[in-house]
Ligand binder design. Structure first.
Ligand code: CA
Length: 373
């Protein structure tokens, strides 16, 4: 009898160990890091879509949904590009949730008047004259139009619903203007404290670059600038943790033809790599890997070799610096409630490129059984 019991115990222990092992190997959903990707998802390919891809391609993640906001392009076309990208990689199980079509306060007309007074802005996103079209038109879609549909829910309600469903478990990744997050906070003041953390690409401190977008405007950064009031609401909110990928560190990265070739060379049967290889086009001789770095540094924080804490907000005065980044240290911060932000300043560039290629050329993880929220 004793021997039987011992054998039973061994058998049970083996099953438990094997279950854990299999769970780890398969990256079962319960062990994964939950994330919602909020993005101004211009496409095809480019920094916005490639950041989404890195987060989907990682075996660490459970992407609860992609919430979309006007920024680099209009909401409607961004939703279409994202749906189509998910079709092409076989992940139509991930909800695409439309959010804000316009910033909270800033308008195209007022911005044009501002430019007459203070000078032109290099990148105006959906409002950039060279690429401008009306908001509900799709623009060019060389990858084809999607047949799948966006979610019926709006981004702000989805964001609130998810952090209430999984309190303190959901990372909010922000790769665009913060309009959707500000609307979620307006709906539910507990949204930030119920999230696990906020990770965002934005802000500009003191970039070492001769890029004309920043050389004379070192505190200008598009995501915060496009919807300054939203950024102000979000940066003043009580998140448990905020991590920021700044322009300062983004300009140390380069998407070059050589890097695209590395993705193509290892593409094999990877649908994500094939998509990037086919549709990524450089603007000039390189692009910065803005949003990809914010995604990769969340997946592997050891890529970041230098970081500092700052308090951060956005200038809301309607003068020359409207929308610019404001920061302070402990010794000079204002009395009013400002939040501490972990600001990334330097990185291991080669390891970042290696992770970029590795993730994009990997097989796309299949959807889990319980991923549909
Ligand atoms: Ca973006």
């Amino acid at each position: 009898m004793k021997r039987d019991r011992f054998q039973t115990l061994i058998a049970v222990a083996t099953v438990i160990l094997m279950t854990g092992f299999v769970s780890q190997c398969l990256g079962l959903e319960k062990d994964k890091r939950k994330i919602i990707i909020d993005q101004d998802a211009a496409g095809p390919a480019g920094s916005d879509q490639q950041a989404i891809l890195l987060l989907i391609q990682s075996p660490q993640t459970e992407v609860l949904g992609i919430t979309v906001v006007t920024g680099d392009a209009w909401l409607t076309e961004e939703v279409a590009h994202t749906l189509r990208m998910l079709e092409l990689i076989g992940r139509t199980d991930i909800p695409v949730v439309p959010g804000a079509e316009y910033p909270l306060v800033r308008t195209k007309e007022a911005t044009e008047q501002w430019e007459q007074r203070y000078g032109s802005v290099v990148w105006l996103g959906a409002w950039t004259p060279k690429y401008y079209h009306p908001p509900r038109e799709l623009g060019e879609m060389p990858e084809g139009k999607p047949t799948t549909k966006a979610a019926d829910e709006d981004a702000a309600h989805f964001l609130v619903r998810m952090v209430r469903k999984y309190p303190h478990e959901v990372t909010i990744y922000e790769g665009g203007p913060m309009t959707n997050l500000a609307l979620a906070i307006s709906l539910d003041a507990e949204f930030p404290s119920l999230a696990k953390e906020l990770v965002f690409m934005g802000a500009n401190l003191n970039p070492q670059t001769d890029d004309p977008e920043f050389a004379d405007n070192p505190r200008h950064e598009f995501n915060l600038w496009f919807d300054p009031e939203a950024a102000h609401i979000v940066l003043r909110a009580p998140w448990k943790k905020i991590v920021c990928t700044t322009v300062d560190i983004s300009v140390k990265t380069r998407m070059t033809n050589e890097l695209i070739d590395r993705v193509k060379a290892k593409a094999g049967s990877s649908l994500a790599a094939q998509y990037v290889g086919k549709y990524e086009h450089l603007h000039g001789s390189y692009n910065y890997l803005w949003d990809e770095l914010a995604a990769a540094a969340w997946l592997d924080p050891s890529l970041i070799t230098k970081k500092e804490s700052r308090y951060m907000d956005v200038d809301l005065d309607r003068g020359a610096n409207y929308g610019d980044t404001l920061t302070w240290s402990d010794s000079d911060k204002p009395q009013r409630n400002v939040q501490s932000v972990e600001v990334q300043l330097d990185l291991d560039t080669e390891r970042f490129y290696e992770l970029f290629v590795e993730l994009l050329t990997a097989p796309t993880p299949r959807p889990g059984k319980t991923t549909m929220p």
